[in-house]
Design a binder for this molecule. Structure first.
Ligand code: HEM
Length: 501
């Protein structure tokens, strides 16, 4: 949804004669088969009103902005595999609900995939060039994006991330003890996501700064407390800026949400500055920050901007997925038991988890994949393509934001058998029947999530440690998701924990 608000410089869209030729030949082939239908015939909600387009349906119509993901399931059943809507200023956007269309989109994204940028972040950073040399990896486009992405992709490769296992495992072990300390009189952890938030910020701080914030202790460092508060505010402001009236565009000084965002971003900037100085003094290359600084491929200021983007992009996504993992396992005893059997058969009570053992746990990995499918935090991946494409038989012009709605493909029976059931076994190679594009938790291709390997390492390590120690029982059986910038639990997830041995 938010991506549709992006105003786009379509210089990226003018690719080459080769692209036009390839599109024309696809069209010709399809026309010969009489299949390509024009853009304006794509079905979708109507009427499209001046200024508002079809966005009125979220305010006075059948849909709710905070249930955008569920609205898309309704649109799939109502209009079919492709839908056209018009948002602010009647700019068209297209939603697709077919994995084969996702594949077409990703195959056409070119060398510099375009995901619409976050406008208010770009606005702020462009007005503060002394601090921010670029708008940041998540918002950059074209060659500038690739130049920043390459060193970051190396720093976040699986091989480098695997080296983070020992400190991340220690954090997971501490989290296991922490959960026991904060349970209530009935052994219930009353707001699992609040706690997994601490886990993910502690883990990200270790990754980025090679430094613990002591989030699980009463004596959390002042930096830790400030970083947690600033990251939370940053995320809240994102949500308000995306979905509120765009006051910030006309008068940023009078927009409370924009000012909240600026304060949060500045707080993280200042805290990060301190760690950059420390990292430069230490210079032993043990954190991502030091690795990036020592590679000399990015300037100090670029590294700082990148760390802010990591915290913004990584904290809530990882903590929410961790909370959903515990909830799904608490709700599904059979899967929980099978996972515990896998862990117990390989590790005695006195043994600590190792990376080799972690890598051998196929059911654990299948459980996390199933959580990503059933309880994904990012409901669609968006691209703006440099060339026209044919999707579900319709021509979609270059420059149109296209939403690949993987939340929908993950939840309809056409793409997954018994889609609403938590069945990790479906991810075992021999029983896989689904199209690989139908679940896309980290996006796809060269612009996919940089933090993928790190998030998976954290989720696997923490889940294994928690499940070795506790039996989980759900107190809140079905917590719905709400679209709050990403998908998050609508109400607190409560889980009863009982020591297993
Ligand atoms: C469960 C956790 C996470 C999920 C589900 C997730 C998901 C995503 C998705 C769907 C995208 C867009 C990909 C695309 O357009 O193809 C993305 C981009 C990104 N993510 Fe993550 N993410 C997670 C954790 C993290 C972490 C821990 C970090 C940082 C350490 C991170 C940093 C980024 C960055 C920087 C981008 C933008 C990449 C670019 O534009 O080149 N993410 N993430």
């Amino acid at each position: 949804m938010f991506h549709s608000k992006a105003s786009f410089n379509l210089r990226h869209a003018s690719n080459s004669v080769r692209t036009v030729n390839s599109f024309l030949s696809t069209c010709l082939n399809n026309l010969q088969k009489g299949e390509v239908k024009p853009f304006n015939e794509i079905p979708g909600p109507a009427p499209s009103l001046p200024l508002f387009g079809t966005s009125w349906q979220y305010y006075v119509g059948r849909y709710n902005l905070f249930k955008f993901h569920e609205a898309n399931i309704d649109k799939y059943h109502r209009y079919g595999p492709i839908v056209k809507e018009e948002f602010e200023g009647r700019k068209p956007v297209v939603l697709v609900f077919e994995p084969k269309d996702f594949e077409t989109v990703f195959r056409s994204q070119g060398k510099y995939p375009i995901r619409p940028p976050n406008e208010f972040v770009c606005h702020f950073r462009k007005h503060n060039p002394d601090k921010y040399p670029t708008v940041g990896i998540s918002n950059l486009q074209g060659e500038e994006w690739l130049a920043e992405r390459k060193p970051l992709s190396s720093a976040f490769s699986k091989h480098i991330i695997d080296k983070c296992f020992p400190p991340q495992n220690k954090i997971a072990e501490d989290f296991v003890d922490y959960l026991w300390k904060i349970r209530d009189a009935n052994n219930v952890v009353n707001n699992v996501q609040e706690e997994t938030y601490l886990l993910s910020i502690e883990a990200l701080s270790m990754l980025c700064f090679n430094s613990r914030l002591n989030c699980f202790s009463q004596k959390a460092s002042i930096d830790g407390k400030q970083l947690i508060a600033a990251t939370k505010k940053l995320f809240e402001s994102y949500q308000e800026l995306y979905y509120g009236l765009p006051v910030w565009k006309i008068a940023p000084k009078f927009s409370k949400a924009y000012q909240k965002y600026v304060r949060a971003e500045e707080a993280i900037y200042n805290l990060t500055s301190k760690y950059i100085v420390n990292a430069m003094e230490k210079g032993n290359g043990e954190s991502v920050l030091e690795l990036l600084l020592s590679s000399k491929k990015l300037s100090e200021k670029e590294v700082r901007t990148t760390i802010i983007d990591f915290l913004a992009g990584g904290t809530t996504t990882t903590s929410t997925t961790m909370a959903y993992t515990l909830q799904n396992l608490a709700n599904n005893f059979t899967a929980q038991k099978r996972l515990q059997e896998e862990l117990d058969s390989s590790l005695s009570d006195s043994e600590s988890l190792t990376l080799d053992k972690l890598n051998s746990f196929s059911y654990l990995k299948a459980c996390v994949k199933e959580v990503f499918r059933l309880s994904s935090t990012i409901p669609s991946i968006v691209r703006i393509l440099p060339e026209d494409v044919v999707l579900s038989g319709y021509r979609v012009p270059a420059g149109t934001p296209i939403f690949c709605c993987s939340y929908v493909t993950s939840r309809v029976s056409k793409f997954f058998e018994e889609p609403l059931k938590f069945k990790p076994e479906r991810w075992f190679r021999h029983s896989r029947t689904h199209n690989p594009y139908s679940s896309l938790p980290f996006g796809f291709g060269t612009r996919q999530c940089i933090g993928r390997w790190f998030s998976e390492l954290l989720l696997h390590t923490a889940t294994a440690n928690i499940l070795r120690k506790y039996k989980l029982e759900s107190v809140t059986a079905d917590v719905e998701s709400i679209h709050s910038f990403i998908l998050v639990p609508e109400s607190p997830i409560k889980i009863k924990i009982t020591p297993r041995k």
